[in-house]
Design a protein around this ligand. Structure first.
Ligand code: AKG
Ligand code: FE2
Length: 340
């Protein structure tokens, strides 16, 4: 069967065996509670102290929040979403030329996870990932179909970076650090990661993305109107409401370390949808390989300092389970041997 699901004939009549999880790992068909109390933060609130307080509180108590009045024009968000949907609906030959499961490729499309060839069950998704910063180093590697891709996504990449830097500055202020503490090497890599899930005949048997914690510094996510994201909270999976005009912000594990464990990095996953295709556009900021990540300020430190390269080595050896990888750097860790 064709690896990329976006090339399959639509609609899919029956869920292929290779995508059906064993009974104890299926999401099931019971409805999930909705996370109605997810913080909604207005970035144009006249009182900057109020914004700082709300963001720090959200990072500590929820580990996920939405921002509105974020400064990114609605038309740019819509154009970018349309270009992404156009990319996945576009020519199979064009996508084939970008297909790769090699992590070091700066622009790639793949299906399920990077372990497609060895995994027992596939996740119901295609993913396009590429580097974005600095733009002129990467834009020539990006898709050229639809023809407006580079122009629209180039503008989007610049604007999303500005928004993320602004959120990070606010976080630094709230933690009593210099506002530019996380600029430079700490945010050197900017990745765009677009998930596309075609409609699935039986969402109770499949998953669009495994449960995970984001290994990076920070993520922002533009959703479409089709729901699917779930967060594990209060010992249960909860549906995250989908608002295509807002950005969801998720502190990654490196921010958890930097805040000395004060912030939450939520466990989340993606459900599939029976009737509609779902596309989401994630933007990740990631430290350079060489910079040392360590708790800033508070003592005693809950983590020892490490480079992102060290962390990433542990991450891949822990089967891409970021939480497990992070335990090796806890100051009370009993398993410091993984790097040897
Ligand atoms: O597509 C989504 O809703 C979530 C994406 C996500 O969690 C990720 O890319 O890390
Ligand atoms: Fe994620």
């Amino acid at each position: 069967m064709e690896t990329l699901m976006s090339n399959w004939l639509n609609p899919v009549e029956n869920t292929p065996e290779k995508y059906i999880f064993p009974a104890n790992q299926r999401p099931g068909s019971q409805p999930f509670p909705v996370m109605n109390d997810i913080p909604l933060i207005d970035l144009q609130h006249p009182n900057p102290q109020h914004i700082i307080h709300q963001i720090i509180d959200a990072c500590q108590r929820f580990g996920i929040f939405q921002v509105i009045n974020h400064g990114i024009p609605g038309s740019l968000m819509e154009d970018t979403m349309a270009v992404m949907k156009g990319f996945f609906a576009g020519p199979a030959e064009h996508k084939a030329s970008l297909y790769s499961t090699d992590l070091t490729k700066k622009c790639r499309i793949y299906s399920s996870t990077l372990n497609y060839d060895s995994e027992e069950v596939h996740y119901w998704r295609d993913n396009l990932t590429h580097h974005c910063y600095p733009l002129h180093d990467h834009i020539h590697l990006w898709p050229h179909h639809p023809p407006t891709y580079r122009q629209v996504v180039g503008a989007y990449a610049v604007e999303t970076r500005k928004l993320m830097v602004r959120i990070l500055e606010t976080i630094c202020e709230g933690l009593g650090l210099k506002p530019d503490y996380l600029e430079g090497e700490m945010t050197k890599t900017q990745l765009l990661s677009v998930n596309h899930h075609i409609p699935c005949p039986d969402p109770s048997l499949t998953l669009g993305m495994p449960q995970h914690t984001d290994p990076n510094l920070i993520t922002i996510l533009q959703q479409c109107s089709v729901p699917g994201l779930q967060v594990f909270r209060h010992h249960q999976w909860m549906d995250v409401p989908s608002d295509p005009t807002a950005f969801l912000v998720v502190p990654g594990l490196q921010l958890k370390v930097m805040s000395n464990g004060r912030f939450w990095s939520p466990i989340h996953r993606v459900m599939t949808h029976r009737e509609e295709a779902r596309t989401t556009i994630g933007t990740f900021l990631i430290p350079s390989n060489e910079i040392v990540i360590e708790p800033a300020g508070d003592s005693p430190a809950a983590y020892r300092g490490f480079t992102y390269a060290e962390f990433f080595k542990c991450f891949t050896r822990s089967n891409c389970d970021a939480d497990t990888a992070l335990t090796y750097f806890q100051t009370n860790s009993k398993s410091p041997t993984l790097l040897k």
